[in-house]
Write a protein that binds this ligand. Structure first.
Ligand code: SF4
Ligand code: SF4
Length: 165
């Protein structure tokens, strides 16, 4: 009796496995032509980081250090600075004067993205970052900043106009 049950479950498992095989044989073939054509990524693909700006062109990062505190690889380095009336870079009190990620150590876990309260740091789809020179794998803020949106002004370095009395 036990032998019969074992044989039946084996046949069922084989039939199930073959079912998957036949289903895959019938589905359309997907071929990527990289590097001739850019590869297609799923939206949630975790590629190189992007430091986002808001619709006015301001940097979203307010230098709160939460991403660095949550990074298990300790590969985020930030130096904060105060926004002033003459130099406003972000919408908050502070901005990241220096923001580096060391891709020698980053494991693309996404914890920094999860921790960010302003959605300033996100994963982009960039992936061509391999290098024989490890010093080129330290990406600076300038390498990661999103472009200024069309119609927005670059963060102002001019004094704010005096209020009319
Ligand atoms: S993806 Fe992970 S390892 Fe890489 S910088 Fe973010 S928290 Fe650190
Ligand atoms: S990227 Fe986000 S979490 Fe990291 S310092 Fe800037 S605002 Fe804070």
């Amino acid at each position: 009796m036990i032998k019969k049950i074992t044989a039946l479950s084996t046949v069922t498992a084989i039939a199930k496995g073959m079912g998957v095989t036949f289903r895959e044989m019938m589905s359309p073939t997907v071929t990527e032509y990289y590097p001739e054509e850019p590869p297609k990524f799923e939206e949630r693909y975790r590629g190189a980081h992007v430091l986002q700006r808001d619709e006015n062109g301001m940097e979203k990062c307010v230098a709160c250090f939460l991403c660095a505190a949550n990074c298990p690889s300790n590969c985020i380095y930030i130096e904060a600075a105060e926004n002033t009336s003459k130099l406003r870079i972000s919408g908050g009190e502070r901005y990241a004067k220096v923001y580096n990620i060391d891709y020698n150590r980053c494991i693309f876990c996404g914890f920094c993205v999860e921790a960010c309260p302003t959605d300033a740091i996100t994963h982009g789809h960039g992936f061509e970052i391999a290098s024989y020179n490890t010093s080129t794998l330290i990406k600076r803020k300038e390498d990661m900043l999103a472009p200024i949106p069309a119609g927005a002004k670059a963060p102002s370095m001019e004094p704010e106009p005096a209020a009319a009395h």
